[in-house]
Design a protein around this ligand. Structure first.
Ligand code: HEM
Ligand SMILES: [Ca+2]
Length: 836
């Protein structure tokens, strides 16, 4: 029988290879061309393992047969124990034997905030400051420093120095640090306060250890720069009682001590440990002896190797869902020029600018060594890097520089819904609660699932050039528009987000049918609440067990509950993202990124892969009929990479490469530079905080870091206390049962604990404004990533645990199967109208 869709790839010369033996058994030739073609569940073909209805002890505990997604937390033990494949009650569906979810009773408290002023004695001339001194400094700063910045920026314009559209740096700034108008305003507004502090610290030659404590005695609102921080609406009773989160996160936290409610978009990151700025105020970190730290590109060249070390158990989805969560939790405000455009920090030819061109203080360009084995071929010495923008301090006082998160800090699917009211409104159709969509691509036989809508305002071009594809870019190909601009990053990224976007319309359509009297707003809000809850359940039930492992989850008490309500909310817990999390630990995923993105078909045959450097911001492949599903299948089927000191050259030499240039930027170098830009303390401090003992010398690192890396670190750093957190953190040997090393796991666990305890709208809470009924909550708990993928793609078979590779215990199952349970929406049917 002719299958045009399938024959397509035969003509391209690819010989499809089944990636694992069982896949060949799927009896379909023209799958996806006619989804109602009477498929039978292939599950019997995979039953190499005897199915049983009784269960052995797993991890020494009684176990029962459950749908696999209820065993995600125990999966490592399930794999090690013979006889854990079982049949569920009806005798047809497959399950796994595992104990019930562990309890959270032993979870420790959040780390205590370190008071940076404890024991600090101020010199007399500093202690004598009063409000007049602060106002005088603020006045001087307003007159002079602000003037200098303007002058430096005007001079750049006069000299025609700007970031060239299309360049790697332009994309880095416009997409990775794109800022909504609100955030831009915010970034500019905070500068006078920052300069006032700078004027005091440098004008009075305050010693670094005293700088923060000297400043922190004064409240911004008592001074002439009082209006440099944003004000937030007062949340009245009705707003606080709303069952729905706001888009910006306001009215979630009711107990924030400063002027800025915890967790809202455009608010500062919190810190585990105070920063180590060179001047104690805002100059990037230096070595403990006051000297230069090793250049970040040299670290990248020395420690990082391009090698694919594959995980034996985890799929690429760990990396890709990781990035979706990244885009939910954080987007750091980058310093911009006054008109909002990116700050140029190098010439277009990769040379340094002149001293005066840096007078605005926003640059921290990366030095490329003369003998760089790669960049020297292109005669480049300077890699672009603009510092992060300043945040308004949440304590409402002067003090060391903090950085701002322009996304809501909460787990609330900001990538899909946005963190800015206007952005969120632009994404809606205002019809039956749905989000705007691009109709799915179609071929002669089949219309595929919808894609995200087009971004008609972007300055980026997301089409592939004719030089790459051999054809002119099809006119229907646009950049995607979503709640977060970074959705454009790669096809995998867009694809992983697309299923959550589609889940909104999937649920909205069903809620509208159930409750025909609900208006658009009600359906939108209820749907958003359900989809966020499902997503958060996936994070805690499936993702965190893989990322940080069961032991670390137990330490901080963050297991999802099997039933009933949680009472974990603590109004004293600040849910804000930790600077160390966004700037360092949660960038673990950069090490997992592969140099190619692949297309794998429903038979789990590898079709082809595309080189990352050609795919940054080129989401054109998503428009080819069937490709969205093939990216999804690839992410679920192929092994992901381990978190280690191996990074693909696609990221370390070719990040955001402009076509034809032959080079891009180095993400590892950017990460290390960002670590220093934010003043992040060295690795040793975090190792100590996390209970792994302070290393007195380099050899003390060998317990957590491989010997080869320790040797490299010895060559690079003078002191063990100088080692940057990111390079040591990523190199640590994996914590048992986790995808990251112990120090990263500790920081990530701390963050997800704060996100759970400090979010008044966390999905499983009882007795809060946003609480579900118990019946509804139990339906939310039935969701798994696999179900989301099944319902929002044209894929017919998926393994129940998508973060785990397909195996006898995690076999492909028909998407219709009850082994991949569904959330029933019946408990959302409103019998009699109860207006909120
Ligand atoms: C092809 C894939 C990816 C690319 C091209 C990419 C690129 C980038 C870039 C350019 C930045 C900003 C760097 C800077 O100047 O400081 C960044 C930041 C970041 N990335 Fe990635 N990334 C990728 C995947 C991931 C993954 C898989 C994760 C996590 C699992 C991740 C987590 C982060 C985090 C947490 C930040 C900091 C965000 C912020 O503070 O604004 N990234 N990434
Ligand atoms: Ca968020």
């Amino acid at each position: 029988k002719e299958c045009p869709y399938r024959s397509g790839h035969h003509t391209t010369g690819y010989v499809p290879k089944p990636l694992y033996p069982g896949a060949a058994n799927i009896q379909s030739d023209c799958y996806n061309t006619n989804p109602d073609h009477g498929y039978k569940s292939p599950s019997k073909e995979y039953s190499g393992v005897p199915q049983r209805s009784y269960c052995p002890k797993v991890g020494g505990l009684e176990s029962h047969c459950r749908p696999a997604k209820d065993c995600a937390v125990w999966y490592d033990f399930v794999r090690k124990t013979p006889g854990t494949a079982c049949t569920l009650n009806n005798g047809y569906e497959k399950g796994l034997c595992c104990p019930g979810l562990p309890s959270n009773t032993n979870g420790r408290a959040p780390f205590k905030e370190v008071n940076p002023c404890e024991g600090v004695q101020l010199d007399d001339h500093v202690r004598r400051w009063d409000l007049d001194s602060v106002n005088a400094a603020a006045h001087h700063a307003g007159q002079h420093q602000m003037g200098l910045v303007m002058e430096a920026e005007n001079s750049l314009a006069r000299k025609n120095i700007f970031v060239r559209p299309g360049s790697d740096r332009y994309i880095h700034s416009w997409v990775f640090f794109q800022t909504a108008d609100e955030a831009l305003k915010y970034g500019g507004n905070t500068l006078p306060g920052v300069f006032a502090g700078h004027q005091l610290v440098h004008g009075y030659q305050v010693k670094p250890d005293q700088a923060h404590c000297a400043l922190n005695r004064f409240k911004i609102k008592d001074t002439i720069v009082t209006n440099t921080c944003p004000t937030f609406p007062v949340c009245d009773k009705k707003a606080l009682a709303s069952p729905y989160r706001t888009i910006t996160g306001v009215c979630n936290h009711v107990n924030s001590p400063g002027n800025i409610p915890w967790g809202v978009a455009n608010s500062q990151y919190q810190r585990l440990l105070p920063p180590d700025y060179a001047d104690g105020y805002f100059m990037p970190k230096r070595a403990v002896d006051g000297g230069e730290l090793p250049p970040v590109r040299v670290i990248s060249l020395t420690v990082v190797r391009d090698d694919e070390v594959l995980s034996e158990t985890d799929s690429i989805f760990v990396m890709q869902f990781g990035q979706v969560v990244d885009h939910d939790l954080q987007e750091t405000l980058e310093a911009k020029l006054a008109d909002g455009s990116p700050v140029p920090c190098c010439t277009d030819e990769g040379q340094f600018l002149s001293e005066e061109d840096y007078a605005h203080g926003k640059c921290m360009p990366i030095v490329i060594p003369k003998d760089d084995p790669f960049y020297s071929k292109f005669h480049r010495r300077c890699m672009e890097f603009a510092r992060s923008g300043p945040a308004c301090r949440s304590d409402g006082r002067f003090g060391y520089l903090e950085q701002a998160n322009i996304n809501t800090h909460f787990l609330d699917l900001s990538p899909v819904y946005g963190s800015d009211d206007q952005v969120a409104l632009d994404l809606r159709t205002f019809q039956k609660g749905s989000l705007k969509a691009t109709p799915g691509p179609r071929n002669a036989y089949f219309q595929y699932k919808d894609l995200m809508p087009a971004d008609n305002e972007t300055t980026i071009d997301c089409t592939l050039s004719k030089a790459v594809t051999g054809i002119d870019p099809p006119p229907e190909v646009k950049c995607f528009k979503a709640g977060d601009n970074r959705v454009k990053c790669t096809p995998y990224m867009a694809d992983a987000q697309n299923v959550f976007f589609l889940q909104h319309n999937f649920i909205a359509e069903r809620l509208a049918a159930l409750n025909s009297h609900w208006d658009d707003e009600r359906i939108y809000q209820e749907t958003r609440r359900i989809v966020i809850a499902q997503y958060v359940h996936i994070v805690y039930n499936e993702f965190l067990p893989v990322l940080i492992g069961r032991k670390m989850m137990e330490e901080v008490g963050i297991f999802p509950l099997p039933n009933g309500f949680s009472s974990d909310y603590d109004k004293n817990v600040d849910p804000s993202i930790l600077n160390e999390f966004s700037t360092v630990a949660y960038r673990f995923g950069h090490s997992q990124v592969q140099g190619r993105q692949s297309l794998v078909n429903e038979k789990r045959e590898f079709e082809r892969s595309i080189l990352l450097r050609q795919q940054f911001f080129k989401t054109q492949e998503m428009y080819i009929p069937g490709n969205a599903d093939k990216f999804t299948i690839a992410m679920a089927t192929l092994a992901g990479q381990k978190v280690d000191n191996h990074f693909t050259v696609e990221l370390t030499n070719h990040l955001f490469e402009e076509e034809g240039k032959g080079f891009g930027m180095d993400l590892m170098a950017l990460d290390t530079q960002r670590t220093r830009d934010h003043g992040t303390k060295g690795y040793n401090s975090y190792r100590t905080l996390c209970g792994y003992g302070r290393a007195k010398d380099f050899d003390d690192l060998l317990d957590l870091i491989p010997a080869k890396v320790v040797e490299d670190l010895k060559l690079l750093y003078n002191s063990v206390d100088d080692i940057d957190l990111n390079i040591a953190g990523v190199s640590e040997k994996n914590l048992e049962g986790a995808a990251v090393g112990p120090t990263y796991a500790c920081i990530i666990a701390e963050q997800f604990m704060r996100l759970k305890r400090g979010d008044r709208y966390f999905y499983d809470l009882g007795g809060q404004s946003g609480s579900f009924t118990e019946e509804q909550l139990n339906e939310i708990r039935k969701i798994s990533y696999s179900r989301i993928v099944c319902d929002n793609s044209d894929i017919r078979y998926m393994q129940p645990l998508v973060f785990k590779l397909i195996s006898d215990l995690n076999p492909l199952m028909n998407c219709e199967s009850d082994s991949i349970p569904r959330t029933s929406l019946l408990s959302w049917k409103e019998v009699k109208s109860t207006a909120y």
